[in-house]
Ligand binder design. Structure first.
Ligand code: ATP
Ligand code: MG
Length: 212
């Protein structure tokens, strides 16, 4: 039995809403703690390997409009990917979170340094003057952040429900591609009824594709 599986077992019992919340919370804490131990050089090298795999993905090659997440803390560094995407003549979008409704407005990024400022939760986001909104249904490929994933594509986010809400606004065939470090892959992610799995997970070591 893979390590950690036993700890997640109470999730299969009905009616344990508190247990589910606790387990998501505990898993978040432990994976973020692990990820925070990566050195800047490790983050740089692993992110670069992840970028190479993304560029080879047909869903990326064929996409005209790609929405990225803007890196925060020890996450995979998306900046080089956003800049390469712009250089390739594609439209690169980034989310502007609306904390009141927990929605995200996709906004076009033209110049990383000029367009972004620290916003809600201190995560860089498009500033008011640089807001160039796009409709979610124009997105050909959504790059998804996350804390932990399992091999089925189940995803644990940061707990805001922002991405879970956003997924339902996309076209039904828009692929969801998660970019994470391999240490964020766990045996099983606790899921609730509103959680939607991703189609592809890219880590520095592998590309995990899920048929859905
Ligand atoms: N589609 C939805 N509509 C309304 N509320 C939702 C939806 N999806 C999730 N939520 C709410 O968001 C909260 C957080 O959900 P969850 O714990 O799955 O967050 P998460 O996936 O870690 O966060 P995120 O999506 O921001 O990465 C839940 O309490 C849930 O009620
Ligand atoms: Mg969720």
């Amino acid at each position: 039995m893979p390590a950690g599986k036993k700890q997640l077992k109470p999730l299969t019992l009905p009616g344990l809403t508190k247990g589910v919340a606790m387990n998501k919370k505990e898993l978040r804490k432990s994976i973020i703690r692990r990820r925070d131990q990566l050195s800047p050089e490790e983050i740089r090298a692993k992110s670069s390997s992840i970028a190479g795999k993304l560029y080879n993905l047909p869903a990326y090659r064929e996409a005209g409009t790609v929405m990225f997440f803007i890196t925060f803390g020890s996450e995979v560094n998306t900046r080089p990917m956003v800049e390469d995407t712009i250089k390739r003549g594609k439209v690169a979008l980034a989310p502007k979170p609306v904390p009141k409704t927990r929605e995200m407005i996709p906004s076009q990024i033209i110049d990383w340094d000029n367009d972004l400022v620290p916003g809600a939760y201190d995560i860089p986001e498009p500033k008011e003057e640089a807001l160039r909104p796009f409709k979610p249904e124009t997105i050909d490929l959504l790059i998804v952040p996350g804390v932990a994933f399992d091999l089925k594509g189940n995803r644990l986010g940061y707990g805001g429900g922002y991405y879970d809400r956003f997924f339902s606004l996309l076209g039904s065939h828009t692929p969801l591609v998660a970019l994470v470090f391999d240490l964020q892959i766990v045996p099983a992610v606790p899921v609730d009824e509103w959680d939607r799995p991703v189609n592809v997970i890219i880590t520095e070591k592998r590309v995990i594709e899920n048929r859905q």
